[in-house]
Design a protein around this ligand. Sequence first.
Ligand code: IPM
Ligand code: MG
Length: 370
Amino acid sequence: MTAYKIALLDGDGIGPEIMAEAVKILDLVGKRNNIEFDLQHGAFGAHAYFDHGHSFPEATKQLCDSADAILKGPIGLSHEESKKIPVDMQPERGALLPLRRRYNTFANIRPVFLPKSLAHFSPLKPEIIGEGIDFIIIRELVGGLYFGKKESGINAQGKRYVNESLEYDEDQIANIAKVAFETSMKRKKVLHNIHKSNVLKSSVLWNEVLEEVGQDYPEVEIKHILVDAAATYLCLNPGQFDVMVMENMFGDILSDQGGGILGSLGLMPSACLGPEKAYYEPSHGSAPDIAGQNIANPYSMIGSVAMMLEMSFGLEAEARNVWHAMQSVFAQGNSTPDLSKPGEGVKMISTQAFGDLVVEELDKTPVSSS
Ligand code: IPM
Ligand code: MG
């Protein structure tokens, strides 16, 4: 029997609730495919700090080191609550960035996907959505401003100042470019390169290296587009995009905009791939305002499981089955209070009920079906 160990980092806020639903799916997938998933929870995030004195405790590092893949929930507290934790231990700086650095998860894959049947979730007009929204944001995840040199203090004029640098070397750019071209080759072979080379030197190098890598992929058409213009086109004509590639900070911002045009970041799973290890996480935050109410939709967490099945375990058909199961649950008119307002034919259900229905749908689907 195949066996995989998965580290489950529930995280903060709604994390444990949506993780519980992801676990139901993993249990069923294991049974259906004769795979033993060894699921082990590790403390990570603000709760880990309060319980263990560190937001990424040593025991969790060991667990992640020994796991075949990592499934991570959202982390973080409200702005006010965060102040109870020293700045460098706050879960974003103390846990998430160190996790990304530890496994060099340079390739962040964020599908922005809404089939026509779910178009009602989107704030965009039906004529803009057309046949649905379907593109992938590929974000470089371990470079740029997030990981560049930082200093702050008092300058020669006696003023407080801060200096953070946007750093990339050519290998980092080439690595993410390869992932983008490979992804494009499996899709429509149109790659939008997002940059700001009219101002930033980092973008000049980025574009140069991307074009060099592109010589190995002559079938892929490269379309260069400035990041500010890309933000506009995401609203006006998202259908033109298929694969978009960009540096870390641009990707942080535009992927949230991707969630916005779907109608919610709750519809945004993601994969963070490194050379040896990958972790999977919803793109959204921990939503402390709705935590513990059983109203958060687990789509992004279950979608992250689907990405893990495909990318870490090669279970492509089963990953598709999980996506279809979630879409059928929505297509039957079900939704959760975080995604929809009551009324207009919506069957409002809880986080747990949503997970149960996905399990039911998946259970009905033949294992080998694709
Ligand atoms: C994301 C998040 C993180 C980021 C935060 C939580 C540090 O917004 O994954 O997009 O900025 O990368
Ligand atoms: Mg973000």
